[in-house]
Design a protein around this ligand. Structure first.
Ligand code: FRU
Length: 440
């Protein structure tokens, strides 16, 4: 059941992406990782590198739990100007130290001068401490107009996000608070503040995203667009849902270097804290979504986030073949990219063990039903209203399905446990299928 074109660790638990950064030709992805098992625990930063955001190489753990302090989620930056004094071009990780007794969380930094292979924790950690139990997930970037580092970080249990500024990554000044008005659900995690291009214009706006652990629609990834002046985020749109599946969580993005990345690109954990523990043991647990390029689209009622699968992942697939679903039952290889152009369709994918995934489009509604006879805790129905035109892309892999529709405005991501090399595909309507190229 290992994914063929999504990142998963060789063994053990993976969750949130952390420290997404580019240096000297390599995209780095760190992530929440338990070096000792398939359950959540002993949280450390796992590490993988890629030259194209499609093929990944796993490296040894980069930052490990130590002195009863776990390494929770955070970000990484390249300190070109040596603002923090660890050397020009040092890679600095900014993460939450989380006491294993769960009583205290605080922000720390660590520096690497060997491309993220090893980190030295700063001797005067923590760099930011409010003496609180729930204070985590610092996301840091360089704000060019005000010439300082900006951090967003959450007071999880109070559903609040704060903005801090710093000249040296070591001393942090509280600048403002993100407006929370009307956000549904409880327990804020993994904030992300980023400037995005507006489609078809030279303008930009800022996006603030936060993941809400329970009680929010979709996967809990909520966002709003607005402006950011270096101090304050001013919202221009209501809260919206970044993904209508159950399992797209804790996404953060690569934002630099702009000459290689025309738009910020994020990646999310295709997992869910409530469901993960029910997945049967298989040696490893959890995978990342495909990287998705981000922009904003202007609509009458504000801005909508547009997510588009990274072109290097698209290039892993061969040419399209038409499938007339009404003509019977097809054996579908576990990794296919299906496209439905227009009109209504419905299909079911099933394995020999009584599991199925049923996907359909009726009028402008997409529905995905996951049934797992062996693990009924996984049974789920997810729905999404299409808000835009364009083809419906269905990225299928062992373990996951990602639907990108409405020209990127409507996304739905879900895990599944269909077993075997090919699944029975039955239904009605017409699809085109692309298969993973043998060389991919
Ligand atoms: C989100 C989260 C973060 C935390 C990390 C711990 O999935 O709960 O808030 O830093 O996971 O693993």
């Amino acid at each position: 059941m290992r994914p063929r074109y999504h990142y998963a660790p060789a063994v053990n638990w993976l969750s949130d992406p952390n420290g997404l950064v580019w240096q000297d030709g390599a995209w780095h992805m760190f992530y929440q990782y338990n070096p000792f098992g398939e359950e959540w625990g002993h949280m450390s930063w796992g590490h993988a590198v890629s030259s194209d955001l499609a093929h990944w190489r796993e490296l040894p753990v980069a930052l490990a739990e130590e002195n009863q302090t776990m390494i929770f989620s955070g970000s990484a930056v390249i300190d070109h100007a040596d603002s923090a004094g660890f050397g020009h071009g040092a890679m600095i990780a900014i993460y939450t130290g989380a006491r294993t007794d769960r009583l205290h969380q605080f922000q720390c930094i660590a520096a690497s001068t060997d491309q993220g292979r090893t980190f030295t924790k700063y001797s005067a950690n923590p760099v930011l401490d409010r003496k609180m139990e729930d204070f985590r997930d610092p996301n840091v970037f360089w704000h060019e107009p005000t010439q300082r580092w900006i951090m967003t970080v959450v007071l999880s249990d109070e559903n609040r996000a704060l903005i801090y500024g710093s000249g040296d990554l070591k001393s942090w000044e509280e600048l403002s608070e993100i407006p929370t008005d009307g956000a549904p659900g409880h327990l804020w995690e993994c904030p992300f503040l980023v400037e995005l291009p507006i489609e078809g214009s030279a303008e930009t706006r800022w996006l603030f995203k936060v993941d809400v652990l329970s009680g929010a629609p979709g996967s809990g990834a909520l966002y709003r667009a607005g402006s950011f002046d270096g101090i304050r985020f001013k919202a221009e749109s209501a809260w919206q849902v970044a993904d209508y599946g159950d399992e797209f969580y804790a996404a953060i993005g690569w934002t630099e270097p702009r000459d290689r990345l025309d738009r910020p690109t994020w990646i999310g954990w295709m997992g869910n804290h409530a469901v993960q523990k029910h997945l049967p043991l298989q040696g490893w647990r959890g995978a990342m979504s495909l990287p998705r390029r981000l922009s904003l689209r202007r609509r009458e009622d504000g801005f909508v986030l547009v997510q588009s699968i990274e072109p290097s992942c698209r290039a892993l697939f061969g040419g399209a073949e038409k499938i007339e679903l009404d003509h019977g039952c097809f054996p579908l290889p576990g990794c296919a990219m299906l496209t439905a152009d227009a009109g209504e369709w419905s299909f079911t994918l099933s394995d020999d063990a009584g599991r199925f995934l049923a996907c359909s489009r009726k009028a402008s509604r997409i529905e995905v039903v996951r049934k797992d006879a062996l693990t009924p805790q996984l049974d789920r129905k997810c729905e999404m209203e299409l808000t835009g035109d364009g083809p419906v892309e269905i990225w299928l892999d062992h373990g996951s399905i990602e639907i990108i529709a409405g020209a990127g405005a409507d996304c739905l991501t879900l895990q599944h446990r269909l077993a075997g090399e090919a699944w029975a595909l039955r239904g009605s309507g017409t699809l085109s299928a692309r298969y993973l190229a043998a060389s991919a």
